[in-house]
Design a protein around this ligand. Structure first.
Ligand SMILES: Cc1ncc(COP(=O)(O)O)c(C=O)c1O
Length: 362
């Protein structure tokens, strides 16, 4: 069967990007963020490729962690959102998962476990993002509650940065200062940095960094591509021409007739659409590469199909490959055109896309 759309994930590119993290933050331990199915790249193959090369993995929730444990991933594994119930706490213990605890109710669930429960936990502080985390004023109280639990293994303190992707704002510096101030006099390892902070804010590297996006070779910084930052895009998204139409001047293309041919021209129909995760908000004019030749999308993205301008590719025929993003066509550009970020495009690919894994560099 010929796949309609294929995402090829180059695991060597991910390894290269990991080296870049190590180079930028040589003194820090590395927690590779592989939540959301490794940002759409496939958590199990990515974890298998990185196991032994990173100090821990991080996922959002128990379900994501169980998939990895069932696949035989034995590395330290952190639940960034922690547990939601007593039952989840018991499962987390059984599977040797580390929990991020961000609110009093989670701490109470853990305190209600048997006294010898080997809870392994991080405490999250809210240093200014106002999403998850204990307020700085509660930290000493939390610390005292951890101290009385003899079986618990305290891993460290964590916070999340709201604006690390904005190098000109001083919000990140202020968050780092407030985080360190709240923890003054307290022992324990510290972790603040996501990808943007690994790249741009060395003062946040501390004991552990937690990169996600940059491992996949995409840039967290607006206006820059992963390649600009010395990263290698891990994913290539491709489809094929499934029809070639000879259209007349004035012919309208696709739903809503939003594009009219300015002259007689060939239009290619490509088998990818928003049901594959190629966003409907990707507009006319967005670059695509047909047979190695740069051209552009015309008309609206529909559920299963898009249309492309074949004027720059006179030799194009049914079956020819069409590159949607990847090497030579930065996902950052496609995301910017669609008014979103590479994170959303990568996470949004659906099961209809066929995934292929390569080790091109080896
Ligand atoms: C708590 C936490 N740490 C680290 C990351 C990794 O961020 P990035 O993918 O920007 O590196 C995330 C991602 O959202 C996160 O929620």
């Amino acid at each position: 069967m010929i796949p309609r759309a294929t995402a090829t994930v180059d695991l060597t590119a991910i390894e290269h990007n990991l080296h870049q993290v190590r180079r930028l933050a040589p003194g820090s331990k590395l927690m590779a963020v592989i939540k959301a199915d490794a940002y759409g790249h496939g958590a199990v193959p990515v974890a298998r490729a990185l196991q032994g090369r990173v100090d821990a993995f991080a996922v959002a929730c128990l379900e994501e962690a169980l998939v990895l444990r069932e696949a035989g991933i034995r590395a330290p594994l952190v639940l960034l959102e922690g547990i939601l119930s007593q039952d989840e706490a018991a499962q987390a213990l059984r599977h040797d998962l580390q929990l991020v605890v961000h609110e009093d109710w989670q701490l109470k669930i853990l305190e209600a476990l048997p006294a010898d429960a080997r809870v392994s936990l991080w405490i999250k502080l809210d240093s200014g993002m106002h999403r998850l985390g204990f307020p700085p004023g509660d930290i000493w109280d939390v610390w005292r509650r951890i101290q009385v639990q003899r079986g618990w293994r305290f891993q460290g303190w964590m916070t999340h940065l709201a604006c690390a992707d904005e190098p000109d704002k001083d919000t990140t510096h202020r968050q780092a200062v407030d985080f360190n101030k709240a923890l003054q006099g307290l022992p324990g390892l510290r972790s603040l940095a996501n990808s943007a902070a690994v790249i741009h804010w060395p003062e946040t590297h501390a004991d552990w960094v937690r990169p996600g996006l940059m491992l996949y070779g995409a840039s967290p910084l607006p206006g820059k591509t992963g390649t600009d930052l010395g990263l290698r895009p891990a994913m290539t998204l491709e489809s094929r021409l499934m029809a070639v139409r000879a259209c007349a001047q004035g012919d309208a293309i696709g739903y809503g007739a939003t594009y009219r041919c300015p002259e007689a021209m060939r239009v290619g129909i490509v088998s990818i659409g928003y049901a594959d995760g190629f966003h409907r908000s990707v507009p006319t004019g967005t670059p695509v590469i047909v047979q190695g030749q740069r051209t552009s999308l015309v008309g609206r993205v529909s559920m299963d199909l898009i249309a492309v301008d074949l004027r720059p590719v006179p030799q194009a025929r049914v079956g020819d490959p069409v590159l949607l993003w990847g090497d030579g066509l930065p996902i950052e550009d496609i995301a910017a055109r669609a008014g979103t970020v590479p994170y959303e495009l990568l996470c949004g690919l659906t099961r209809r896309v066929k995934f292929v894994y390569t080790n091109r560099g080896i």
